[in-house]
Design a protein around this ligand. Sequence first.
Ligand code: SAJ
Length: 433
Amino acid sequence: MENLKKKILQKKAIISVIGLGYVGLPLAVEFAKKGFLVIGVDTDKEKIKKINSANSYISDVPSARLKPLIKKTLKCYPDYSKLKQADVIIVAVPTPLSKTRSPDISFILKAIRKISKTIKRNQLIILESTTYPGTTRDVVLPLLEESGLKGGEDFLLAFSPERVDPGNKKYKTKNIPKVVGGINGESTQLAGFLYSQIIEKVISVSSPEIAEMTKLWENTFRAVNIGLANEMALICHKMNIDAWEVIAAARTKPFGFLPFYPGPGLGGHCLPVDPLYFSYKAGLKGIEARFIRLADEINSAMPNYVVERIKKILKRAKRALCNSKILILGITYKKNIADIRESPAIEIIKILSRRKARVSYSDPFIEKIKLGKRIFRSHPLSRRFLSQQDCVVIVTDHSLDYNFIVHNSPYILDTRNVLSNIKGVERKKIEKL
Ligand code: SAJ
């Protein structure tokens, strides 16, 4: 594999990135910016069309950054036809949950089966998609060896978890430390050498299982602590204690405390999903991951809890949910990004609609959404529209003019504590989680 190492050093190694989403596209761009020839593969023809016309659909990759790379060092295709040219293949396809909420690694299997058809000696294959420990060694490796080539000798194989925080202005692909674990020493070493061409810090671990588990631990840590924050907030509300003020005070402890905040529920493509990959594998080993189940239970119940809080606010105004006008302010799963995957706001809108409330939403990032047969369009915020609402619910804390919103809304449920600094309003019309 010395030859591959030299090709990487000389930036002559051709790198293929399979899956051009929020992980694959930034990664492909980083390698292409460094001068590597990158073959991007995504079976979504729309995505390929957009990339090849330098029209980025990933907010963390501005279109202007794509433009100089297209058809020069970044060539993207809607199929696997050019894969045989690659020296390195990085797989960054989705790993969602199935309808029964168990791991769905079908996208990984499809990509690996394609690679197995054209795999050749001296290739380095890296899986980045978040998955349960053992996937790389026990699922991917045998599929690749069906080619007759031997992993660790004829080709190299490693796992390296993606760590993307969409919308994070400080941490981008190149300055987020990269964990790498290969099926053997040479795989780890070469995968680490590859990433060190574009990423400042690479951490080698002793196996793909360690690397796979590292990712799950990171996100399970977040999901469980968010679940704890949500449960604490429910209890504080019953005690008439401001949970947010408690967290702010706890944060003054200079060690041994990390702040997590209550919210309307857990959104995104990672936190609601990754811990269930962990608990699935634990189940196969005959042990129940109780914290994960409990956190999932609490986090999944937050949209219902938000609706119950709306109901109580309306009751004070002698109104029922049915026929009341409720405005959902912000429907993306977290602030200032245009992504509604697993967003709790969608669940809240569904529950309110089922309870016959007259729901609308306003979100500068999302023009319209389709829920069942209904199309909802983002409603512009005006004095008149806000004053006509029976309750305004801040579900996503986008950077908006909250002074204007507060002064023109009758009642507000703030699920993100964005109104704590607003002055000169009757506090009684604002409630927090
Ligand atoms: N949330 C809370 N309370 C909190 C923090 C988050 O309710 O204290 C909610 C958010 O509103 C959101 C969800 O949890 O709905 C997920 O939030 P997130 O900040 O974890 O956002 P993700 O899922 O886009 O990004 C996470 C990464 N986030 C951070 O590390 C800050 C990280 O866990 C992973 O690198 C990434 O998922 C991934 O790709 O796995």
